[in-house]
Design a protein around this ligand. Structure first.
Ligand SMILES: Cc1ncc(COP(=O)(O)O)c(C=O)c1O
Length: 401
């Protein structure tokens, strides 16, 4: 019998999931998976879960559409800072979302329904692959602005300013709050100030994506500096937060969306519409992950333990950067490799070409990574840094395009 769906085309495979499958099928003991992170359950998360289990007040009742109230308050405070005027003046509408992705999606649906400006979202080139899909699924157009300069392996600051300056007035601009994925290249504080001026001059609406707060540098406040700079300048903005990486809550889907408005009255109406968007999409969010986050953010002792564990994770990544950089220098691998140390966050954009990755790193040395040359530093150890450096050295010397 033929199916009414027989004409449905096969969707392209998810690049990251494909890498994990290929890695699992590789029986070579030296095989390395540098596709994505290495989830590990934080001790403080286990402790918070034990507290929740023992709490007789915990039940399985539905949450409201906006999620766990203490989670929303805590998330906003974490991003904007304790003394933020935005929070004091009640200018934030913060709702729980399904991790970073779901929070971006709720924000996109809200903009599609209620943003009176240009319904085009400017996304950095390159960006996390899902950004385009998320905004387009909500019916918004997307375009790119220049971000990364392969020649310097750094920020294309002039190109970025030029593109924002030429954007349609009132368009939305997606900004990675810190630890830009996939490049690991972040603007300096001075460059952020320049971006802020460009955004203000063109009347753009900033939409921050904060998936790595605290995970980038180990400093929760430092990693939120860009968001706070824009908020303190009085701009209206959106913010999607994820607790996947910084609390290791990947599959728990804990995240938050905040819309900052000019006054509390507007903010209350915005919140009512965010709830309506959520109601039609999935009614209300899951409890467990958000209860864990709320417990950690509201208990000073758990909060201090989280900060220490987070710093440990961030420091480990920074130390892997040093190991890999040193191993490449030791081999005298042609080219400059300082970007390995200069880039920020979980990922490093090595600069290797598709051919070098596919034919050399993966096919010959069993190193699994995305074809754009991005590696997850979280998947490395001091020993595997040496193995990886040897593989990179081979690729650079023998597999040039
Ligand atoms: C830049 C960026 N935004 C958002 C996300 C969302 O992740 P999640 O939906 O798991 O919170 C990620 C995850 O890799 C990311 O790198």
């Amino acid at each position: 019998m033929s199916s009414i769906f027989s004409e449905v085309p096969e969707a392209p495979a998810d690049a990251i999931l494909g890498i994990s499958v290929a890695y699992k099928n590789d029986k070579n003991p030296r095989a390395l998976n540098l596709g994505d992170g290495k989830p590990l359950v934080l001790e403080v998360v286990r402790e918070a879960e034990r507290c929740l289990l023992d709490d007789p007040k915990q039940d399985k009742e539905y949450l409201g559409q906006a999620g766990v109230p203490a989670f929303c308050r805590g998330s906003a405070k974490l991003a904007f800072g304790e003394d933020s005027p935005v929070l004091k003046e009640g200018r934030n509408a913060t709702v729980q979302g399904l991790s970073g992705t779901g929070s971006l999606r709720v924000g996109a649906e809200f903009l599609a329904g209620f943003y009176p400006g240009v319904k085009q979202v400017l996304i950095p080139n390159p960006s996390w692959a899902n950004h385009k899909a998320i905004f387009e699924a909500a019916g918004l157009q997307t375009a790119q602005y220049r971000y990364y300069k392969p020649a310097t392996r750094g920020l294309d600051y002039e190109g970025l300013l030029e593109d924002l300056g030429a954007a349609p007035r009132g368009a939305v601009v997606l900004l990675h709050a810190c630890a830009h994925n996939p490049t690991g290249v972040d603007p300096t504080r001075e460059q952020w100030a320049g971006i802020l001026d460009a955004v203000r001059d063109r009347g753009l609406l900033p939409f921050f994506d904060s998936a790595y707060q605290g995970f980038a540098s180990g400093d929760l406040d430092g990693d939120a500096a860009s968001i706070r700079m824009f908020a303190e300048a009085g701009l209206e903005l959106l913010l999607a937060q994820s607790f996947a990486k910084n609390m290791g809550l990947y599959g728990e889907r804990a995240g938050a969306l905040t819309v900052v408005s000019a006054d509390a009255d507007t903010s209350a109406r915005v919140e009512s519409q965010l709830k309506r968007v959520i109601r039609a999409m999935y009614s209300n969010p899951p409890r467990h992950g958000a209860e864990i986050v709320a417990a950690i953010l509201s208990d000073p002792e758990l909060y201090a333990r989280w900060k220490a564990e987070l710093k440990g994770m961030a420091d480990r990544i920074i130390s892997m950067r040093e190991h890999l950089h040193a191993a490449l220098r030791e081999r005298g691998t042609p080219g400059t490799w300082d970007h390995i140390q200069d880039q920020i966050g979980m990922f490093s954009y090595t600069g290797l070409t598709r051919r070098q990755v596919a034919d050399c790193l993966t096919a010959k040395h069993h190193v699994y990574m995305t074809l754009d040359g991005r590696i997850s530093m979280a998947g490395l150890s001091p020993e595997s840094c040496k193995y990886l450096a040897a593989a990179i050295d081979d690729a650079v010397r023998n597999y040039a395009d």
